[in-house]
Each structure stands twice: as structure tokens, then as C-alpha cells.
Design a protein around this ligand. Sequence first.
Ligand SMILES: Cc1cc2nc3c(=O)[nH]c(=O)nc-3n(C[C@H](O)[C@H](O)[C@H](O)COP(=O)(O)OP(=O)(O)OC[C@H]3O[C@@H](n4cnc5c(N)ncnc54)[C@H](O)[C@@H]3O)c2cc1C
Length: 472
Amino acid sequence: MTDPTPDSPESLRTAADAAGRPRTRRRPWAAQHGLRPAMLALAFLALAAAPLALSALAYPLAPRSWWDDAASGLGIAAFAALLLAFALSGRYERITGRLGVDWTLRLHRWLAYAILPATALHPFLYTDPDSGGPWFAGADPTLPVGLLSLVTGMGAYILLAAMVITALDRDTLPVRYETWRRLHAVGALMLAGLIALHAFTASGYSAHPAVAAFWGVLLVAAAASLIGVHVVRPWRQWRAPYVVETVDKVGADTWELRLRPRAGRGTHSALTFRPGQFVWLKLGGGPFGADDHPFSIATAPEDAPTIGFTIREKGDFTKAIGRCRPGTPAYLDGPHGHFVPDEAEVPTVYIAGGVGIGPVLGHLRTFRAEGDNRPITLIYASASPAEIAERAELDALAGELNLTIHYVVRAPDAAWRGRTGRITRDLLDATLPVQGRADCRYFVCGGETLEAAVYRDLRALGIPARRIVVGS
Ligand SMILES: Cc1cc2nc3c(=O)[nH]c(=O)nc-3n(C[C@H](O)[C@H](O)[C@H](O)COP(=O)(O)OP(=O)(O)OC[C@H]3O[C@@H](n4cnc5c(N)ncnc54)[C@H](O)[C@@H]3O)c2cc1C
């Protein structure tokens, strides 16, 4: 089997086209226009290095040791990286389009891990005038470090450490996730302000107009990104409200939530999305709260204007889903994500764990609506038989589509006759298609641990990385 690249003309000439069926499976805008990871990395490196290059305009600041320049350089690079981290909040399709939200947020975390030691080292590299070696900021004779600069620097130092530690230990904190998220956003803004004050008052390289202008642009961009998320997007949601249509139990601790556009003043055309994408969902209240959660769309675009989600109870928000009444207002920010099936009817393998079945259902329901006949293998892991979500519909889909399902259950009951245990390399080897295995498209969804392990196993089984789509 040939391997048409996703956007090649070959991949766009599909059996669906020939049959005159609607084409709802085109790659999403973000996947087409999102920056390639290599381009993204280059853009980030260029932007992080730009203030260093601009600092060359002010070089040499004064006769000073290279330790002092290294200290300034480290601080400048860390500040640039911090401002760039705002762009990795997971809401910008040009960034997440090809990378995926999971990877974008992972990069956001890694950037923070890099910024912390750089910031920590920065003041200690300035030279001690007596020894000539690195010591601490106050001893640098070339920098008139005043009280304001010292206080803002130390404040930023403590705030950054607190933010990284609370982010690392988030699940054990005695506060709700949403409270942590709000505090994290406010903390980030305060941190940027403190470092800017520190940089401008230290009279170092940042005092040069070119460097100062660069900081000004990045600070405005960071503030704009927060305004975009907390003001502009909610305003758009306010203009396109939804309401809860139905809430049904579809497995142990798992619910199917269906929404439809609200009739009346807010009547609007339904969200346009590709199968498997996700939205940030707010339920009840208004669109301007920070309490939104990401959920994959589990219905087909053909079901529009109704849009549905498969939701597993986890914390306070998801545990309240079962109590939600029809008519409850809902707001959607999206669609986002690249978990979208190929346009061409290529053999496709899904490996899902738990509620990771949600976006897979979105694909399968779309294939049913479009009469898509691609060969599909679904490997679906659950904790127990009762936790297999939408089992009856999945079994029905196996009869309607060219679909083989392998349920894998960790804790089987006496009646269970299927596979047991976890998804291992051996299990994959035994269940993946034998013919043309490396040419199939693979979709993996089910939490970081499962996704990382399955990705490793698929690669070990000879599946090329470009054939695997992980997470949302
Ligand atoms: C792209 C994506 C798609 C998802 N799709 C689905 C789906 O289809 N069905 C489903 O049941 N779950 C899905 N999830 C997970 C779902 O978002 C969380 O289970 C839910 O937000 C938990 O909220 P809570 O208040 O019930 O639990 P909490 O106890 O508050 O949170 C439990 C954990 O969920 C994560 N989480 C909580 N709130 C958010 C948030 N606002 N943004 C990001 N992460 C958060 C955090 O890791 C947190 O530690 C998806 C997650 C992502 C990132």
C-alpha cells in the first residue's frame, strides 16, 4: 500500500468523493496551518536569542568580566523564554495544530524547568570585585543594582520557584484545579511584571532602547494572550451559547453529554469541527469564568447542530455531569486538536484507554454517517467490563463498519471471555493487522502513561513515527 501524505492530491481523491458523500474529514485548519514542530522550535530559539543579539548593540556595557556578561545573558534568555511560555498555554491553533495540546503543554512545563535553574544561577554569576570570580549581584561593580532591582529580582526568584513547585505537585495541593489555574495565570503575569521591572531598573543591557523595545513587544503579546483567553474567547462564546440537551449514563462513572445551540436571541450556526477534535467546555454560569475543561467531541459532524461528549467522572466538575439538567447553559471554545482521521480510506488502528474512547467514537460515528469502509482495528483497554463505555454501540458499529474490536480488561469478572491485562507489546503484536502494518494510520488516546507506553511499543514494532497520532 502506498502512503499518501495527508495533504497530497492523492489523499484528497477518496472513495467518499467518488461516492459523492460529504467530506467532513479534511485535516483541520490548525493541522494544515499549524507550524511544523521544527519551525516552531526554530521560531522559539530565534525569539529567545533575539534580545541577546540586540544586546550586542550595547556591548560592551562597561569594562567587565565575561562572567558578568554570562550572568546578564542567562537572565535575558530566561526572561525571553518566560514571555514565550505564555504562547504555550495550549489555546493557539498555529502552535498546537500539528504538535497537539498534550505536547504543547509538556513543552510549556519543560520551558519552566529550564527557566528555573537559569534564573537561579543568573545572580550568582556576577563577579566579586575582590576575587574576580563569580559571586552575587550586589558585588558587580558595573551594575548600579538599586534596592528596587534587588527586591523585584528576589521577588521574581521566589515566585517562579513557587509556581514551578505548585505546578509539579498540583494534584496534591489542597485547592481545586481551577483555583490553581487562576493563580498560575495571575502568578505568570506578576512574574513577567517583576522581571520587567528588575531588567529595566538594573541599568544593564535592557536599558538599551532596542532591547527595551523588544521586551515591550513581548510583554504586550503575553498580556494579549491572556486577554484573548479570558476576554475575547468568552465574548465569542457568549454570542454562540449552547444548552444541555441530554445526559445519559453510558458506562460505570461515564456519561454522554449532548448539547445543542440555544434557541432565541443567541441562535447561531453550530460549531464546525472535524471528527475527533476537542473543545474547552463551560457548563452553567456565564462564559467569563475560568472554569472550562477540555473534552473530545464524541459525535460526528453530521449530528450537528447537536454535539456530544463522553465524560468520565474524575474530580468536582466531571462528577457533577450526571446531575446536569437539560437546559443548563454551556459554552464552547474550539474546535482544537489534530486527532482527525485521514481523508483517504487508509487502514486505521485505534488504541484507546478508558475515556480515550471519546474521540475514537467521534471518528467511528462519522465513518458510519459517511459509509466509509476503511479497515479498522480498535484495541480498547478498560479497568473492568462495567467500565467499557458505549459497549452496545461499539458492538453495533463492528457490524456496520469494517471494524474489528479487541476489548482488553484489567480486572475481569467471572463472565468475561475477552482479553485480560494491559496493552503490552505482545498484545499489540498479536492484534495489529499483519499485512501492511507499517502503512496503517495509528491513533492512540488514553492518558499520558498509556500513550507513552503504546507509542514506544508501536515504534519497537516497526511503525514509523509519522504514522502515529498521539493524544488530542
Ligand atoms: C485534550 C483533552 C481532551 C480530553 N477529553 C476528555 C474526554 O473526552 N472525556 C473525559 O472524560 N475527559 C477528557 N479529558 C480530561 C478532562 O479534561 C479532565 O478529566 C477534567 O478536566 C477533570 O476535571 P475535574 O474538575 O472533574 O477533575 P479535577 O480533579 O479538577 O482534575 C483532575 C485532573 O484533570 C486535569 N484537568 C482538570 N481540569 C482541567 C482543565 N481545565 N484543563 C486541563 N486539564 C484539566 C488535570 O490534570 C487535573 O489534575 C481531556 C483532556 C484533554 C487535555
